[in-house]
Design a protein around this ligand. Structure first.
Ligand SMILES: Cc1cc2nc3c(=O)[nH]c(=O)nc-3n(C[C@H](O)[C@H](O)[C@H](O)COP(=O)(O)OP(=O)(O)OC[C@H]3O[C@@H](n4cnc5c(N)ncnc54)[C@H](O)[C@@H]3O)c2cc1C
Length: 415
């Protein structure tokens, strides 16, 4: 906006989590001078700041670390590399140029950069988004909010909550509860199997927490505080569980508020930006990496992806990446596929930072993954037999013969 003070960076990175910080360090090592990381939190480090448990950091730093130590290490390495880190600053708008509008205690101002990297991560789906009925008492929160209270503010919001969901993060919620002596009264999963990989299912058993599969929370009851939840079991029976809190965990969505109202193309499947294999958005001055692209991967995955996309940014500053001409665009995926990333494949032989198609399923399924182009051409990508929320990857080389055009990915031969 005219009249606002304006800062300048070669590369501005929105989000100082593992992806953003790893990218920043890599950009500095590639000789990029002014690398600026902007984060709305008082400290950079991202989600691991409040994951007070193992395992983080083994592949990145050769050490088994808890989340907060890992977050601090990422910040220290970035500072030592000469990265500028601006905290307590929220990016509120993205503009062509590129230009960012940022807001902090000091007011609103603009930042101009040659390239922008978006690394704003994910958030869990809220109670309202899951349309759980009942009253609105205190004590209903996401795992992220719980971890923030427990690890950053040393608060104990409840003593005997229920945990809704069985993704990896739901087990992280159980560990967080254990850390403060909170004893969940049940772990509740609408599907008939747990979502995380099998060994995770041992955890509730080990600590005597009933695991209720095929069970829905239909109502949350309580006046000021949660007093009970009403659940419907697989056989239709309805019963009441007394509890003083509800942890609504998982079902991640990208933290993509910035994209709405921006000029960047959004992929309706992921909710994140549409990217090519270089992590490049529809405006080639913007890139994206980390969990905002694919809800949800581990910190280590996002860290490596941030670093790899940084190489593509450094190359693009030297005009060494081709334009999006003759691209293959995977415009859609068919049920039960949930999403595919990247959505655009540019014919370019250089090693791609995102060198595989990444997909997930909505429900357990098996069959043959096929890329079908609108011109009728098809490419078999491989067989899958997997559960929801498990990563499916296909090397991009498998698409080498597909050529340009619009395509869709379908799962054929499903039983
Ligand atoms: C509750 C929860 C628990 C998790 N637990 C684990 C775990 O135990 N192990 C694991 O491997 N993974 C876990 N994850 C997955 C987690 O997303 C990754 O570990 C990793 O943090 C992703 O890195 P990232 O850099 O993509 O994003 P994040 O770490 O989420 O970092 C994004 C950063 O962007 C900032 N930001 C967002 N929007 C703006 C804006 N508009 N302006 C300025 N700054 C902004 C945020 O403040 C944040 O610091 C968890 C995720 C959640 C939500």
């Amino acid at each position: 906006m005219p009249g606002e003070p304006c800062d300048r960076a070669d590369v501005a990175i929105v989000g100082g989590g593992p992806a953003g910080l790893a990218a920043a360090v890599r950009l500095r090592s590639r000789g990029v001078d002014r690398v600026l990381v902007i984060d709305r939190e008082p400290e950079a480090g991202g989600i691991p700041r409040h994951c007070g448990h193992y395992p983080f950091g083994v592949r990145e730093f050769g050490r088994l670390m808890k989340g907060p130590a890992y977050a601090r290490r990422n910040v220290e390495v970035a500072q030592a590399a000469g990265v500028g880190i601006m905290t307590g600053t929220t990016v509120t708008a993205l503009g062509e140029g590129p230009q960012l509008t940022v807001s902090s205690g000091g007011g609103v101002r603009s930042i101009r950069a040659d390239r922008v990297l978006l690394c704003t991560g994910v958030r869990e789906t809220s109670r309202a988004q899951r349309m759980i009925g009942g009253t609105k008492p205190g004590g209903v929160m996401s795992t992220g909010a719980l971890q923030g209270l427990v690890y950053l503010q040393s608060l104990r919001p409840f003593r005997r909550p229920v945990v809704l969901g069985t993704e990896l993060v739901s087990f992280s919620a159980l560990m967080t509860c254990r850390h403060l002596g909170i004893r969940p009264v049940a772990m509740i999963e609408p599907n008939r199997t747990i979502t995380a990989r099998a060994p995770a299912g041992l955890y509730p058993r080990l600590f005597g927490i009933p695991l209720l599969l095929g069970t829905q929370i239909i109502e949350i009851c309580g006046d000021r505080r949660v007093e009970a939840v009403i659940v419907r079991e697989d056989d239709g029976r309805v019963r009441t569980i007394e509890t003083d809190g509800v942890i609504v965990s998982g079902q991640f969505r990208p933290e993509a508020a910035l994209l709405s109202g921006s000029h960047l193309a959004v992929d309706p499947r992921t909710g994140g930006p549409e990217i090519d294999q270089f992590g490049r958005c529809s405006d080639p001055a913007f890139f994206a990496a980390g969990n905002m692209l694919h809800p949800v991967e581990t910190a280590g995955w996002c860290w490596r992806e941030g670093r790899a996309v940084a190489d593509a940014i450094a190359d693009s500053l030297e005009a060494r990446i081709g334009d999006r001409v003759n691209a293959l665009r995977i415009a859609d995926v068919a049920d039960p596929l949930k999403y595919v990333v990247p959505q655009v494949i540019v014919p370019d032989r250089r090693p791609a930072p995102i060198d595989r198609l990444q997909m997930r399923l909505e429900r357990p399924a098996h069959g043959r993954l096929v890329l079908r182009k609108t011109d009728g051409e098809m490419t078999v990508l491989g067989a899958v037999d997997t559960r929801p929320e498990r990563r499916i990857t296909v090397p991009l080389e498998k698409l080498a013969s597909a050529g340009p055009g619009e395509a869709r990915i379908v799962l054929e031969g499903e039983a």
